[in-house]
Structure formats: C-alpha cells, structure tokens
Design a protein around this ligand. Structure first.
Ligand code: ADP
Length: 302
C-alpha cells in the first residue's frame, strides 16, 4: 500500500455518530472548515444520507470530489451499513451506503467511525511510530481499531476491531451488541451509569460518576476503577493476540482527567511483555474525519 503523507489529504469527510453529524472540508491534511448538525437517531439510511449531503453542499463539495464517511455501526467490505448496537441508529439494517453516497455525491468510501479514528491516529497521530497499534475509545460504548504495519485491520463482515465486545472478567451485565459480560458493558458510559444505578445512584451518567469519584466518594471510585481495570485487561489481552507496542486512548471517558492513570495502575498487574506504551489520542474529534478521507484516498492509490 502506498504511503500517504498527511499533507496529501485534500477533499471532504463526514462523521455520523449517534448524537451528531460532523462534516468537514480538509485541506493539506487539516480540517479547514467544519459543520455540525444533530443526528436524528430514528431516521432511515436515505434520510441520513440526505443530512450528510446537506452539510457537504454547504462546504462546497462538488460531485466526484474525494470523500470519506465515518459512521457509527458496522460497514462490511461491500460497503453495506449495519447497526451494531440495538439502541444506536437502529433503523440501519444492511443498507448499501457506499453505493447510496456514490450515487448522490460521485465518490465515497465508508467505514466505522472508531476504525477511521484508529487509522488517523495510526498514520498521523499517537501511533505514527508504531508497528502494531490499537486505538481504544471509551465513550457511551467502547470501540476501537487496530492498525498493523500501517494497515487497518478489517474483515469482510466489518466486525474486526469492535474490541469493546470482548468478554471481561469484571463484567456480568448485558451489552448493546447482544453479547453478555463484555468490556463495553462494564467500562463504557452506559455500563458506568448502570453500575451507579445498582449502587443506589439512579439517574447519574458517567460524567456525574467521575465528578463524585473526584470528590472522594468511595462507591464512585470503585466504579471508575473497575472500568479502568477492564480496559487494562483488554489491553493485556489484545497485546497477547497482536503483539501491540502502542495503545492510544480516546473518547470522553478515555480522555477524562486521571482515567489513563488508573489504567496504568491496573496494568502494573500485567507482566512487562503485556504492557504496551500507553498514551492519549492526539487528533481529537478530527480523527474520524481525517481517517475517513485517508481511507478513501488510499483505496484510490492502491
Ligand atoms: P459518544 O459516545 O456519542 O461518542 P462521548 O465520547 O462524548 O460521546 O461519550 C459520552 C459518554 O462520556 C457519556 O457516558 C458521558 O457521561 C461521558 N462523559 C462525557 N464527558 C465526560 C467527562 N468529562 N468525564 C467522564 N465522563 C464523561
């Protein structure tokens, strides 16, 4: 695969998440202009495409311009889009997204949003010096992507890299994927809120649990520490399978003050070989946009 310098990223990108859609014009590898709109979580795929097209038009997109689109959910190798989490974009079922976008916009490459962010971090951010890199995002759920030798690990069904759905010895509850006792079910924002409710703090979200932990509340500290321990164990397991040398954390919880230090403390229980270099993601909310355009341009230069 040809290496793509960041400066060669020129074109457009969109990032459709469960709560918002971002679209950007990218010039010389930087987000030059960005527009945001709320996602209609109940809308069908054609309506989601229309929303993306609306933002791109306002950014001056012309038919056939290079375009990468990152979406929440699974995108298979035929470019079909599937909801993974039953509560996020549940109206999306096996929709030919690549074709739908290409028909309206002339050219497009689609991939999962965490995979796009992982590719951007792996090529241009926290993993740029790595040969075996994982990006982990801890937000409402837990997602990520794996970049091995500058290539994004992918599979025909688009599931590869959904690392939050791995089993966890810290977990017992249900996960949005349909699996039980996964890392996501205990470490993600939804899992943290469920743990708070089980501790008698109904209605608190993860952010509020972090605030309580910072104020020294024992129950909250235990919940945050368990989330970090589950992520540390996941890092050890992924390192076993993939020989990771570098891991970067993203997502509102992954980037929350002190969270990475808790992961480092939990990682001390692992033998040295299973402790890759751990840092914070560097590209922030630009990562899925930059990664999606990179995926598109790399496909064209194959
Ligand atoms: P999304 O899941 O839509 O990608 P985020 O990455 O913002 O969005 O993650 C949202 C989750 O992160 C929620 O569970 C929220 O409570 C939690 N959260 C947001 N900000 C913080 C914070 N500063 N500290 C801890 N948790 C946070």
């Amino acid at each position: 695969m040809m290496d793509l310098p960041r400066k060669a990223l020129n074109g457009f990108a969109a990032d459709l998440g469960g709560t918002k859609i971002a679209a950007a014009r990218i010039a010389n590898g930087e987000v030059a202009e960005r527009l945001l709109a709320p996602t209609d979580p109940a809308a069908g795929p054609e309506a989601q495409i229309t929303a993306i097209c609306g933002l791109l038009n306002r950014l001056g997109h012309t038919k056939g311009a290079p375009l990468g689109v990152a979406v929440a959910g699974r995108v298979d190798s035929a470019g079909a889009w599937h909801a993974v989490n039953r509560t996020t974009l549940s109206a999306i079922r096996d929709f030919p997204l690549d074709q739908g976008l290409t028909r309206r916009l002339g050219a497009a490459t689609c991939l999962n949003d965490a995979a796009a962010a992982a590719l951007a971090e792996g090529l241009f951010g926290a993993g740029s010096a790595s040969d075996s890199f994982a990006y982990l995002t801890v937000s409402t759920g837990v997602g990520g992507g794996l970049v091995m030798g500058n290539r994004l690990l992918s599979s025909a069904n688009g599931l590869a890299g959904h690392i939050g759905f791995v089993s966890s010895r810290f977990a017992s509850g249900p996960c949005g994927s349909g699996r039980m006792a996964t890392v996501e079910s205990i470490a993600g924002g939804r899992g943290i809120a469920a743990a708070a409710a089980a501790a008698g703090r109904e209605g608190l979200d993860a952010r509020a649990v972090f605030v309580a932990a910072s104020e020294g509340e024992d129950w909250a500290n235990r919940i945050v520490a368990t989330s970090a321990s589950a992520i540390a164990a996941l890092i050890g397991d992924l390192t076993t399978v993939l020989g990771l040398d570098t891991v970067a954390m993203g997502g509102s919880i992954g980037l929350a003050p002190g969270y990475i230090d808790r992961i480092r403390i939990a990682l001390r229980d692992e033998p040295e070989l299973f402790r890759p270099c751990l840092g914070l993601a560097e590209l922030g909310h630009d990562a899925p946009l930059i990664g999606a355009l990179a995926a598109h341009l790399r496909k064209e230069t194959l």
